[in-house]
Design a protein around this ligand. Sequence first.
Ligand SMILES: Cc1cc2nc3c(=O)[nH]c(=O)nc-3n(C[C@H](O)[C@H](O)[C@H](O)COP(=O)(O)OP(=O)(O)OC[C@H]3O[C@@H](n4cnc5c(N)ncnc54)[C@H](O)[C@@H]3O)c2cc1C
Length: 316
Amino acid sequence: MLSYFEDLPEKEDLLQDSDCCGNGCTNCILDNKPRPSKRVLLAGKRNVILSYTKFRLLRRQTLESGSDGQVLLLHFAHAAEEDGEGAEDTVLDIPPGHHVMMRVGSLLRPYSPYWSDFVAKEFRILVKLQPEGPMSRHLQAVQPNDLLEFRGPIGQYVHEPQPAKCIYIIAQGVAIAPTLPLVRQVLDNEDDMSRLWHLVCARDLQHVYFREEMLEFAQFWNYRSCLYLPHQQCDSPACQEAGHCAQECPQLRSNLRYKETAKVSRLDASELGNHLNPAIPGQRVLIVAGDSRFQKIMAQFAMQSLDVDPANIYML
Ligand SMILES: Cc1cc2nc3c(=O)[nH]c(=O)nc-3n(C[C@H](O)[C@H](O)[C@H](O)COP(=O)(O)OP(=O)(O)OC[C@H]3O[C@@H](n4cnc5c(N)ncnc54)[C@H](O)[C@@H]3O)c2cc1C
């Protein structure tokens, strides 16, 4: 079996300022050096993504193409043929809550996989293209078979199943993607008695991604979700006049599936307090996925309304 230090090439220890994407990520690569995990060490293999490695685009799917930009689903596989010998001694480990850095020339941008396969060395990301964004321009043009470079995993979140916790996961828009592995990690472990509240903020129902996955999660006793859709608007005259649907709008209700709960409002401190459930024991943990402004606001709301210890707040 490889020891920790054998698995960590010396050059990985020497992170330079230029390895940071400059986006002000909460979990900057300079403070969260990609390291081999226990899982990789136990497998006696090398994590193929610890240094920049080529991945081939297998699939590109456009999920949305509207006035507020395009959303792409990109599925990558390790390009073993580019890696020379030893590719069979590698795995791909991107733990839940961790992101990877994409590099195109000198341009670096972080992305958070929502699915990865340890043995097949594949992963998927959901990308919202930003108008005028340099990486967005590049991704707009990528096609299946193209090679792109990634490095990681970067992050600090670690979930301990015991003792059972009350975990609040708040996601904004496409940033719901990296929260899926966090939910699966709890639900897939029968011995994990932690409870999950998955609170998803989006413009409207059309901008809620992964509804199917959330419906699957809803079959578990320890999972609850709520959608916050402040701009939900159907074509009824009353909702058109109000600028958004009423909470009890029949069209909205008919578009919701079994066990889906939605509110036509923003998630604020008082609404967050409705999920407190003080009778349920367990340490409160908050995980926020979204842009930095959203993360800061939600952390403040949670400290006020859920009594979460700042030490148990994680920003993805
Ligand atoms: C830890 C981390 C993980 C991320 N994971 C993902 C991911 O899985 N999928 C994804 O699509 N993006 C993700 N991002 C954002 C991503 O890294 C890029 O910023 C984004 O793809 C745009 O890159 P760009 O070079 O085209 O534009 P940039 O030059 O980065 O941005 C162009 C403009 O868009 C704004 N902008 C950038 N991102 C957002 C956003 N999310 N919401 C609102 N405005 C924004 C910027 O402030 C800027 O004004 C993540 C960011 C961080 C910090």
